[in-house]
Unconditional design. Structure first.
Length: 214
């Protein structure tokens, strides 16, 4: 995902077939899925009609036509309930409509299908935090941390996972661990703006930037 300086605008990344739209309005690189690693899945893994409906819905999302997008995501899910990518993209639309409780329900359904999606656990934590459930939010952050750490230990997309991990550390109050990773990531110029954003923001400010239009 490209770094975007205008925090007020939704950052859409280039969408490929079977891709997932990121759940964020700024330079945040989570979701590197909900930027979901799932965008590399084989074309034959899911019902092709579901994939086509998802892609059509993504086009609606890109022009902020949210309700038609939701309808198409629901059709995709109805055809293939295992198609967690459509759930994730549906969450994006629900967040843009500020339907946070529905987004939580849908995020959980996605994780039922893809429980090892660390980005999904991290984003669920933010949604729960936004709704005032800090206890369950922390559980989600810790689950995300466990998966991110496992990925890094296997040398999978190390830098993007380290960035997401640093955010999860920040959200559970492990500031020194977060700072250590941020300092490491700053050595790569493409992360400078992102890291600086986190340095200057607390958890509440980050969640507000990601989940709220104003």
């Amino acid at each position: 995902m490209a770094v975007v300086s205008n925090l007020a605008k939704l950052s859409w990344r280039r969408v490929k077939r079977n891709a997932v739209i990121p759940l964020m309005k700024n330079i945040f690189l989570i979701v590197s899925l909900f930027l979901f690693i799932s965008c590399d899945n084989g074309k034959n893994e899911f019902n092709p009609k579901s994939v086509a409906l998802n892609n059509e819905a993504v086009d609606k999302l890109k022009v902020e036509d949210y309700q038609p997008a939701l309808n198409l995501f629901d059709e995709a899910i109805q055809l293939d309930s295992s198609y967690y990518i459509a759930y994730n993209n549906k969450v994006t639309a629900l967040v843009q409509l500020e339907r946070y409780n529905d987004a939580i329900v849908t995020n959980k359904l996605s994780l039922n299908q893809k429980p090892d999606l660390a980005e999904g656990h991290l984003f669920l934590g933010m949604l729960l935090e936004n709704e005032g459930d800090s206890i369950k939010a922390k559980e989600s952050y810790k689950k995300a941390i466990q998966i991110f750490e496992e990925r890094i230990s296997k040398d999978k997309m190390v830098e993007s996972n380290e960035l997401n991990l640093s955010v999860a550390y920040l959200f559970i109050g492990e500031d020194e661990k977060a700072k250590t990773l941020f300092e490491k990531l700053k050595e790569n110029k493409k992360y400078n703006e992102t890291v600086n954003f986190f340095y200057k923001s607390n958890k509440e400010e980050i969640i507000k930037q990601l989940l709220h239009k104003n």
